[in-house]
Design a protein around this ligand. Structure first.
Ligand code: ADP
Ligand code: ADP
Length: 221
């Protein structure tokens, strides 16, 4: 099934002569289990396209559909999602997804609570510990703060947070760019595994060689 599709989407910034055509008529779709890589030089519109694919920004024209449903009907200022937690973002800097004042267990389980409703703190800690096992972080203190982690650990935690409420779609903007090559390869393998488990993934990278190791298709801007 198609998880997200964009048709002839355009997104322009600014006015008149200073207008920037960030995304100028792009079409793409991603099915469950597929990884779409988005490549291109700096300023090509990769991040903007990713925000359009993730429903984080409204296109000026063209359509964005989640599971075939129009995401931006007229006069709606927020996107229509098939269910809460349908799409989750992953950023280059994991601190973009982890609040530095929040213990790991809280950051990790927040999407679960938003999608499914409240859970007692003890249960949230248990779920957080359990969710950390498959990314090799069992034994990590879930009461720690993000500042106590290495970048690689923090990106694993950010990934666990993105996956915990079982989204249909993950949009990742340069998720391995700030990591050393070994850690980057490990994160790439975890993203591929998430796709093999049925998630649709859009991933932006300027590094085509690295991307080529785990994407199904690339879209060049
Ligand atoms: P990339 O991710 O490929 O580097 P971006 O999508 O970030 O490209 O940006 C594409 C173009 O749109 C750039 O010229 C950028 O400066 C501009 N742009 C992106 N986001 C905004 C914004 N929120 N406001 C104004 N201009 C923007
Ligand atoms: P990248 O090239 O990795 O997308 P940037 O530093 O170009 O990173 O952009 C970082 C953020 O700032 C993005 O969310 C982008 O949309 C926004 N942005 C980029 N250019 C502009 C701009 N001219 N005005 C406002 N926001 C912008």
């Amino acid at each position: 099934p198609v998880v997200v599709s964009v048709r002839d989407v355009r997104r322009y910034y600014g006015h008149g002569g200073a207008r920037v055509r960030a995304v100028d008529g792009v079409s793409a779709e991603i099915a469950a289990g597929q990884v779409l890589g988005v490549v291109g030089p700096s300023g090509a519109g990769k991040s903007t396209l990713l925000r359009l694919l993730g429903g984080m920004e409204r296109p000026d024209s063209g359509s964005v559909r989640f599971a075939g449903i129009e995401a931006w009907p007229r006069r709606r200022s927020r996107p229509v999602l098939p269910r809460p937690g349908y799409v989750m973002p992953v950023f280059q800097d994991p601190r973009g997804s982890l609040d530095r004042r929040w213990s790991l267990w809280r950051s990790i389980t927040e999407p679960l609570v938003l999608a499914r409703g409240p859970l007692p703190a003890a249960e949230r800690k248990r779920r957080a510990r359990q969710a950390l096992e498959p990314v090799g972080l069992d034994g990590l203190d879930v009461t720690a703060l993000p500042g106590q982690l290495s970048l690689g650990q923090a990106q694993r935690v950010a990934l666990v947070r993105a996956l915990i409420a079982e989204p249909a779609l993950i949009v990742a903007d340069e998720p391995t760019a700030s990591l050393d090559s070994t850690t980057a390869a490990e994160i790439a393998a975890l993203l591929r595994e998430a796709a093999d488990n049925g998630i649709a993934l859009a991933v932006v990278s300027h590094d085509l060689a690295r991307l080529a190791t785990y994407v199904d298709r690339t879209l060049e801007l």
